[in-house]
Design a protein around this ligand. Structure first.
Ligand SMILES: [Zn+2]
Length: 236
């Protein structure tokens, strides 16, 4: 390969390598992954709040059921006493009836509260089911997206390795002073230090070159020629 072609190819490779690095960076902070991770966090936090609530409700229910049982027991004790035939004092009878009425009312109240807790429990359980569904959907999407990213990353890595291997064969072919010159121009021209002629026009600045320069570049002797307009090395 002519030295000038090798130099042009080096530029192509380095440009591509920069592009690949950018693509890797974009992939590593993929917007879909961030959005999904944010969503996961939100769902998990909602789930944890509801799970805690559900456990409180269940504890409450147990407590209410115990109270209800105790209440019923007291009611029966009073009832047994009432029909035992041992009580003859009307005032005592009245007191027992009064207590029975209080236990009955308390039991009504407790049963209403148990029902209310049961409804709450069902509501929370269905909310938890919906959230768990969303969580598993979200996790699935995240796994898929991460797999896509990994595959793409591997492709990029492979291409980078191939380009680096090619660079290693090209760089020794280019004299140090050419390379230094190229780097200096490239640094001042957004990474493009060598331009290919398109007809008689510089491929970088798109200005036509003089006939004599065109002829010299096309002839391709072993020296560097520079665009009269932008100063870049010209390659035919
Ligand atoms: Zn130019």
């Amino acid at each position: 390969m002519a030295v000038i072609s090798a130099l042009f190819r080096v530029q192509q490779i380095e440009t591509r390598l920069n592009g690949l690095r950018q693509m890797e960076q974009d992939l590593s902070r993929d917007a879909n992954v961030s959005a999904l991770e944010e969503l996961l966090k939100e769902i998990r936090s909602q789930l944890s709040v509801r799970t805690e609530k559900a456990s409180d409700i269940k504890k409450n229910q147990k407590q209410l059921e115990l109270e209800c049982e105790r209440c019923l027991e007291h009611y029966r004790q009073e009832e047994t006493l009432l029909y035992s035939g041992k009580i003859s004092n009307p005032r005592e009878l009245e007191q027992i009836q009064q207590k029975m009425e209080e236990y009955r009312q308390l039991q009504d109240k407790l049963e209403t509260e148990i029902l209310r807790q049961l409804e709450l429990d069902e509501k929370i359980d269905s909310e938890i089911a919906v959230l768990e569904d969303r969580l598993s959907q979200c996790l699935k999407e995240l796994v898929t997206r991460k797999k896509e990213i990994n595959e793409k990353m591997l492709e990029l890595q492979l291409e980078k390795e191939q380009l680096h291997a090619e660079l290693e064969t090209l760089l020794p072919q280019i004299p140090d002073d050419w390379m230094a010159r190229y780097r200096k121009i490239a640094d001042n021209h957004r990474g493009i230090g060598i331009a290919q002629l398109k007809g008689n026009v510089c491929g970088a600045c798109h200005v036509s070159v003089s006939d004599s320069l065109l002829k010299a570049v096309k002839h391709g002797d072993d020296r560097l020629y520079f665009c009269e307009n932008c100063g870049r090395i010209l390659y035919y």
